[in-house]
Unconditional design. Structure first.
Length: 173
């Protein structure tokens, strides 16, 4: 059965991730600048946003070789994704809940980690490698906030929105 499931065509998204500590700090700062520029209003808002985005895009291009690509696969079926979400409930104390996660009704970071550990792959050229549990643990200790957010968003995206989860995803990679 496991050989058959390996050949199943599933949705996926490739996410570049930087693990070098100094580069993680730079990347997070540039992303934060883009987000802050996006919140500003007024006459200079658009040029500030464009300038911040350009700086981030140039940095990403210059450090493309320093990035590791994580292939985020969808779970095998809606039931699997549902079990992962149920395994990661929101904290009972509302003060400890992430506002973004509260919107989804489960701990999105915990669910993303579980989904990545089971279905995530690291690309080495065209070859996919499945990291072991210790390798994933080291990876999650090293990944920056910006890249973790990108990974969480990719897991949510490939596993579908609430509507897609209700009706089943019809799209494949």
């Amino acid at each position: 059965m496991s050989r058959a499931t390996e050949r199943v065509s599933r949705r996926y998204k490739d996410v570049p991730v930087v693990l070098d500590g100094a580069l993680v700090v730079q990347h997070d700062e540039l992303l934060r600048a883009v987000l802050q520029a996006g919140m500003k209003t007024g006459r200079l808002a658009a040029p500030n946003r464009a300038s911040a985005q350009k700086a981030l895009d140039e940095w990403v291009e210059a450090h493309r070789e320093d990035a590791l690509t994580v292939r985020v696969y969808a779970c095998l079926g809606l039931q699997e994704w549902k079990l992962i979400r149920l395994k990661n409930p929101l904290p009972k104390d509302a003060a400890k809940q992430d506002p973004g996660a509260a919107r989804y009704g489960f701990d999105i970071t915990g669910a993303a980690v579980d989904a990545l550990e089971k279905y995530g792959r690291v690309l080495d050229g065209e070859e996919e490698e499945q990291p072991g549990q210790d390798e994933w643990a080291e990876f999650f200790r090293s990944v920056g906030n910006a890249d973790m957010t990108a990974l969480v968003n990719a897991v949510i995206e490939v596993n579908g929105s609430t509507t897609e989860q209700s009706f089943g995803s019809l799209l494949k990679a």
